[in-house]
Write a protein that binds this ligand. Structure first.
Ligand code: HEC
Length: 188
């Protein structure tokens, strides 16, 4: 009996290890196959930043609309995505990301957009999950949300309050984010 209790304790302890590694409360699935995404492929650093923790709990990207993080967000997008999608998401060999048309409608949610980036989609849109940290992906998402140029009405990722304050991006007059701010997300 004692042995069994010990064994059961070990089993329970192991069952909790993945939860400790990534405290995930939303179910993330691949955009094309619908299969669960394997977050263990993600680089270890950047798995437990405050932003990633909040995102895995709520499905919302805490970097969105945070002025102080826009410089890093832009840098991230320029490093990883703009070669195919254009500097402000105007589209190149990859589709435009700055308007209200989405091949995959779920990309109007941060959760959906994260899934598309992490797991990839079709053709040249390969999975980014093992190439970038989750924190970097959230930053790239914040830049995508920032350069959105269409009506805030279609911007499902914004809260009602954010919709009221949102100024659509003007690709004709791009404004560079301030470089000197320290990126900090509001406390939850
Ligand atoms: C090598 C080129 C390439 C790179 C690099 C790339 N993409 Fe893509 N992306 C594509 C192509 C091509 C598609 C169209 C795939 C499809 O329709 O399934 C696409 C599709 C997408 C979509 C779906 C758009 C929609 O309308 O639903 C999103 C979102 C996206 N990419 C974001 C990103 C982000 C963010 C990065 C950087 C982390 C990135 N991509 C890097 C080529 C690329």
């Amino acid at each position: 009996m004692r042995k069994f209790v010990k064994f059961a304790a070990v089993v329970v302890a192991f069952a909790f290890i993945p939860m400790l590694a990534v405290a995930q409360q939303i179910d993330l699935v691949h955009t094309i196959t619908g299969m669960p995404l394997d977050l263990s492929l993600s680089p270890k650093e950047g798995q437990d930043t405050p932003a990633v923790k909040q995102f895995l709990k709520t499905g919302h990207n805490p970097y969105n609309q945070v002025e102080s993080c826009m410089h890093e967000a832009e840098e991230m997008f320029l490093t990883a995505c703009s070669g195919c999608h254009g500097h402000v998401g105007e589209g190149k060999i990859g589709p435009g990301l700055n308007d209200n048309y989405w091949t995959y409608p779920k990309n109007t949610t941060d959760k959906g957009l994260f899934e598309t980036i992490y797991g990839g989609a079709r053709g040249q849109m390969g999975p980014q999950g093992s190439l970038r940290t989750m924190d970097e992906m959230l930053l790239a998402i914040a830049w995508i949300r920032h350069f959105y140029k269409d009506s805030p009405e279609d911007a499902d990722w914004l809260t009602d309050e954010q919709k009221a304050a949102f100024v659509p991006y003007d690709p004709e007059n791009p404004v560079s984010p301030t470089e000197t701010l320290v990126c900090e997300i509001p406390a939850q």
